[in-house]
Write a protein that binds this ligand. Structure first.
Ligand code: NAD
Ligand code: ZN
Ligand code: ZN
Length: 385
């Protein structure tokens, strides 16, 4: 089959590779019908999230069941399913505690309690490096889905692939960020990053009762997209001081909730990059730093952007004095997905309005290039195998 294969940083190619096989009675094989490129894939492309050997990319995918393991009774050949990006067994301590991204069984080589940079990680993810389980991803014609008796969800026939695809990751991720902040209604929510995840968090903020949603991004075309599809207010950090602007919009207090949907690879100056090298930091926590300033006292900062190392000058004093609540991590897709499928199916939210590029799988390298370099007003690339 054909698949988008990571070879080394900056080098993702479409190769011919072996078809996946059933390896466990709880597996299914899918013929992938739609798959997307995620901002998280860009951390692998850049080399910041390391991978030593060739690997099939992709954790956002859906498709048709073509083969089932002997223990599978919930799915049949021909079912069209969407698959949560975290791989979880459904039976361990963490799976039983609403924490599927910390599954104790899926990442059997590199799992551990530590959360090290290059050592012990949490549960496995599709197509997300050996440290996260070494599973092949779904940017391919076929993919093996482990624990398929509890992960994949059958997609209602009334939904097209484009309408349903983002239930695999970015909508539940944006939703998690807002759910973690426990909105009561009427909050001002400032969302850093207006890429796919930020745009989904904007949708979730409205659905959960925010009174104002503010999108922050240095790219004006992405802010334009945010205004167009989500009717939010927008701020560009290259044009205004974000902290001053948010405070002046909120009686000097700051936003009730700030969401970091950027992570450790924001736009950086040469000085930022030099500082990171000297301090052995991966990227920068500058977005988070701004979020801690921009959130009001006793507010919440939700972090869904990925962070990959220790960071010096962590503003613990500010977080303590302001009494900030923080919640972060990989999105526990499995615990939200059924509720979110219903929202999409009832047309209470539209997800496919952020897609800017649909390309055949054969053009995956081009998809990576334009998404990474933010060319051609790219917001979200969908690949069709
Ligand atoms: P993306 O790269 O398309 O979006 C990031 C956006 O941040 C871009 O629009 C960029 O212009 C903007 N940005 C850069 N510097 C900024 C700054 N200083 N202030 C505000 N915005 C800035 O990626 P994405 O797909 O939207 O993903 C965003 C982050 O979420 C990534 O770190 C990704 O790895 C992470 N992610 C996490 C989860 C999870 O489960 N927690 C799931 C999916 C993605
Ligand atoms: Zn993703
Ligand atoms: Zn588990």
């Amino acid at each position: 089959m054909k698949a988008a294969v990571f070879h080394k940083p900056g080098d993702i190619r479409v190769d011919t590779v072996e078809d996946p096989k059933i390896e466990d009675s709880r597996d299914v094989i899918l013929r992938v019908t739609s798959t997307a490129i995620c901002g998280s894939d860009l951390h692998i492309l850049s080399g910041a999230v390391p991978q030593a050997s060739n690997m099939i990319m992709g954790h956002e995918f859906m498709g048709i069941v073509v083969e089932t393991g002997s223990a599978i009774t919930n799915l049949r050949k021909g079912d069209r399913v969407v698959v949560p990006f975290p791989i979880a067994c459904g039976q361990c301590f963490f799976c039983n505690h609403q924490a599927p991204t910390h599954c104790e069984n899926s990442n059997y080589k590199h799992y551990g309690p530590n959360g090290d940079m290059a050592g012990e990680k949490g549960g496995a993810l599709f197509g997300y490096t050996d440290l996260y389980g070494g599973y092949s991803g779904g940017q391919a014609e076929y993919v093996r889905v482990p624990y398929a008796d509890i992960g994949p969800r059958v997609v209602p026939e009334s939904l097209t692939d484009s309408q349903a695809l983002f239930l695999t990751d970015i909508f539940p991720t944006g939703w998690s960020a807002i759910d973690w902040a426990q909105l009561k209604g009427g909050e001002v929510v400032a969302i850093f990053g207006s890429g796919p995840v930020g745009l989904m968090a904007q949708k979730a903020a409205w659905l959960k009762g925010a009174s104002r949603v503010i999108a922050i991004d240095p790219l004006n075309y992405r802010l334009e997209k945010a205004r167009q599809v989500n009717n939010v207010e927008t701020l560009n950090p290259n044009e205004v001081d974000i902290v001053d602007a948010i405070r002046s919009m909120t009686n000097g207090r700051g936003a009730d909730v700030c969401v970091d949907a950027v992570g450790f690879e924001p736009e950086r100056s040469v000085i930022d990059k030099l500082k990171a090298t000297v301090n052995f930091e991966k990227g920068s926590m500058k977005v988070l730093d701004t979020a801690f300033k921009a959130v009001r006292r006793s507010g919440t900062v939700s972090i869904v952007g990925v962070y990959g190392s220790t960071y010096d000058n962590f503003p613990l004093h500010r977080m303590f004095d302001k009494g900030i609540t923080i919640k972060q991590g990989q999105a526990p897709v499995q615990i939200y997905i059924d509720e979110l499928i219903n929202l999409v199916n009832e047309r209470k939210v539209i997800l496919d309005d952020i897609i800017t590029h649909v390309l055949p799988l054969a053009e995956a390298p081009k998809g990576y290039e334009i998404f990474d370099k933010k060319e051609d007003d790219c917001v979200k690339v969908v690949l069709t195998p």
